[in-house]
Design a protein. Structure first.
Length: 224
């Protein structure tokens, strides 16, 4: 449904991404950030689904063409730890937001796992955004303090998550509230990455569909 494109970063360099356009003209935009596996077919499918829901969706390729197989967590961790999160957010992700905003449309940001952390960093660092939806990812506080978040956030977390743990989620919620920030938070009795339908071992369709409905409703509210 979508297509591979290149777009300009704020520094003038080019970055690749996957773009899926809604049928209607001047649709609101959503930047979609990958998991630690890379720009997988699952992430492209999420872009396609956003397009069907009435949003132009663009997923920046943060790994420059590398897509790690789902079984190879060691390679995925190596890719993630070698990623310059600040450059990825302020250049690749911001460039994608600027691309989607070029016709005056409002733009949101969402991401999964690694992309969830990038969404929170983007919420603090990218001025073109109007709203963000986080899926099971929180960055270190030195990367983005809750007090620096500029936009309304909705967040989805898994109670059986041993990476983005319930304790980390509670601390993030407390810090956001203390900073007086707008946060809608949902917890699911599911595993980390429960939205990824390609990962049968962790995918939870009921939880994923509930989260999807909440996310699209949130974006329609804030990006209309």
């Amino acid at each position: 449904m979508g297509t591979h494109i290149t777009y300009k970063r704020p520094d003038g360099k080019e970055n690749a991404g996957y773009l899926a356009n809604a049928k209607g003209a001047n649709a609101p935009g959503v930047v979609v950030i990958q998991e630690w596996w890379g720009l997988s077919e699952n992430i492209k499918g999420i872009c396609d689904r956003f397009a069907l829901a009435g949003f132009d969706a663009l997923a920046p390729d943060l790994y420059k063409g590398v897509v790690v197989p789902y079984h190879d967590t060691e390679a995925a961790n190596k890719q993630m730890t070698s990623l310059d999160f600040m450059d990825a957010t302020t250049q690749n992700v911001r460039g994608a937001a600027q691309y989607l905003a070029r016709n005056g449309a409002k733009v949101g940001l969402t991401g999964f796992c690694l992309g969830g952390a990038v969404t929170i960093i983007g919420a603090a660092k990218i001025s073109e955004l109007a709203a963000g939806v986080v899926f099971y990812g929180i960055p270190p506080e030195q990367a983005a303090k809750p007090a620096d978040v500029r936009i309304p956030l909705q967040a989805h977390f898994a109670n059986k998550d041993d990476w983005c743990t319930p304790a980390a989620v509670d601390a993030f919620e407390k810090a956001m509230k203390a900073a007086g920030k707008s946060l809608e938070i949902f917890r699911y009795d599911a595993e980390h990455a429960f939205v990824n339908e390609q990962r049968v071992a962790v995918h939870d369709r009921a939880c994923a569909e509930l989260a999807w409905g909440r996310a699209t409703e949130f974006f329609r509210k804030h990006l209309a």
